[in-house]
Design a protein around this ligand. Structure first.
Ligand code: GDP
Length: 534
């Protein structure tokens, strides 16, 4: 086993790498911006509304994002706060790009689940929550928009438990009446914190006054009734609620819960400080050689995202890697396990709040972007020369929509194939072939309809190939065990049997009902959601 270095361990210990998950419009962009404001990475937070009017946000790069005003791809933001080095993995809000979010969660050590106080747990939050749960990472909850009317904190705790199956432990509790909260009560310190205005849109850090809940001046300021209601709520929480158990947080059984308003900055700093203390630093990752400890002196990392043509002027392609162990030094040579090649990492980039910068050093938990000459794939491992282990495979998320695509103009076939192959390698789409039919067309699988629009747009703009696309009447894909695809399967048309990129047979079904029926008709076969468990 390689040595663990103390300097490295100190760098690991101060890192917090996390993603914010939420349903669109819950306030993820606003909260991210406010965390940057508190971290001093930006001086004055622009209101998101103003930014959206320009259809441009810090994390939006692609032209299509600007056109639509939605965030298609994830980016990474890094800043420092009170001795911590924070990496926020930004994720697209639109549910059609949830595959990208799922992969980004592979690079996170914890997640912040953002909930709109009025809407509670929404559809997309549920899906993303379950991916976090499968990953086994701790989930923190921030109830947002407390400057507006919404559900009561007790109601939300119950909803989280009933809908998501996780207990909530409020770390703080809002003070005041619905729609007019004035502060938060810190349960650990039995302290009240009252907030003043941080400007209409919280452009600057919000001043606050802090003190003991028993200090009579607070009862005067907030009113005897409000003060008494707070005391009653706290008593009820202490008596009937869960106790704080960090092991349960780590196991994803208990979510620490916070209240605030990303817009007015109310409760943002108490959340950030408590979260940073509780959230885990980078931990060991599983590999084919056993767990890889972050403070091991040998460098290792994996690719979790590939983004092409971030800068149309250069047509570049960037592979984002998450460092898992050792120290990254610019110019170092590493072993790319999947191709067996040694690669010099000479122009690494880091994404600091608003701009890219060349990075000279980085540590476990950090994310860097590498220029990719077209060799990297999602989930690939990079490690110190001489080592050959791989990190755990990325799960494949079964597509839910399918289309048959081919080049409109046969003269552009070459560009078409190159584009499809590169976009599949990037993970923007999943590509299947129909066996026995020469490669004139592909079957493309996606999770959301917008992915097809992006495919069409990018093939035209980046590869100069127009598409013919026909949607297919399928809604499910299952990998088949027990038939290599050459023999007929009872109840499945030949055209519904395709091969994935590894030549594994996959059957396409229209509904769950037809899948069940075919499973019953073919007892010797097994149908799997993901090829990793074949
Ligand atoms: P995202 O889609 O999750 O990134 O959400 P945004 O950050 O873009 O916010 C969606 C809308 O909610 C915008 O109009 C924000 O101004 C608004 N918003 C965000 N946070 C708050 C909040 O704390 N209070 C109120 N009243 N509005 C908020």
């Amino acid at each position: 086993m390689p040595d663990t270095l103390p300097e490295l361990a100190a760098e690991v210990e101060k890192r917090r790498t996390f993603a914010i998950i939420s349903h669109p419009d819950a306030g993820k962009t606003t909260l991210t911006e406010k965390l940057l404001l508190y971290g001093g990475a930006i001086r004055l937070a622009g209101s998101v509304k103003a930014r959206k009017a320009q259809k441009h946000a810090v994390s939006d790069w692609m032209e299509i994002e600007k056109q639509r005003g939605i965030s298609v791809t994830s980016s990474v933001l890094q800043f420092d706060y009170e001795g911590f080095r924070i990496n926020i993995l930004d994720t697209p809000g639109h549910q059609d790009f949830s595959e990208d979010t799922y992969r980004t969660l592979m690079a996170a050590d914890s997640a912040v689940m953002l909930i709109d106080v009025a809407k509670g747990v929404e559809e997309q939050t549920k899906k993303l929550f379950h991916v976090c749960k499968q990953r086994g990472i701790p989930i923190f909850t921030f109830v947002n928009k407390l400057d507006r009317y919404g559900k009561s904190p007790f109601e939300l705790m119950e909803e989280i438990e009933n809908v998501l199956g996780i207990r909530a432990y409020p770390m703080n509790w809002p003070i005041g009446i619905d729609g007019k909260y004035v502060g938060v009560y810190n349960r650990e310190l039995s302290q009240i914190e009252l907030f003043e205005s941080g400007g209409a849109h919280g452009q600057w850090i919000m001043p606050s006054t802090m003190g003991s809940v028993n200090d009579p001046t607070f009862a005067e300021i907030i009113g005897q009734d409000v003060h008494q209601a707070l005391i009653d709520d706290i008593e009820l929480l202490d008596a009937a609620g869960d106790s704080f158990d960090f092991t349960r947080v780590k196991n994803g059984e208990l979510t620490p819960m916070f209240f605030g308003s990303a817009m007015t900055n109310f409760g943002v700093r108490p959340f950030l400080e408590s979260f940073l203390k509780l959230a885990p630093a980078p931990a060991a990752r599983q590999s084919t050689d056993g767990p890889v400890e972050p403070a091991n002196e040998e460098f290792s990392a994996f690719v979790f995202k590939i983004q092409a043509n971030m800068n149309p002027a250069h047509r570049d392609r960037i592979a984002f890697i998450r460092i898992c162990s050792g120290k990254f030094i610019r110019g170092m040579a590493v072993h790319h396990v999947q191709t067996g090649k040694s690669i010099k990492l000479s122009q690494p980039q880091q994404f600091l709040a608003q701009e890219r910068a060349i990075v000279d050093e980085a540590y476990p938990g950090d994310i860097i972007g590498l220029f990719d000459p077209g060799i990297f794939g999602i989930g690939d491992t990079l490690c110190e020369n001489g080592r050959k282990f791989r990190f755990e495979d990325f799960p494949i998320f079964p597509p839910e929509q399918f289309a048959k695509v081919q080049a409109k103009d046969t003269m552009k076939r070459k560009q078409f194939i190159k584009g499809i192959e590169q976009l599949a390698q990037e993970g923007a789409i999943q590509v299947f072939r129909q066996p026995d039919i020469p490669g004139e067309f592909f079957i493309v699988g996606a999770i959301g309809a917008l992915q097809f629009e992006v495919l069409e747009y990018r093939l035209k703009n980046e590869y100069g190939a127009d598409l013919s696309m026909f949607m297919l009447p399928f809604g499910l894909a299952r990998w088949i065990d027990g038939n290599d695809g050459s023999k007929p399967i009872k109840g499945v048309e030949k055209s519904a049997i395709v091969k994935d990129k590894h030549d594994l047979p996959v059957a396409l079904f229209s509904t769950e009902w037809s899948l069940r029926w075919v499973t019953e008709q073919n007892p010797s076969l097994r149908f799997y959601e993901s090829p990793t468990i074949l």
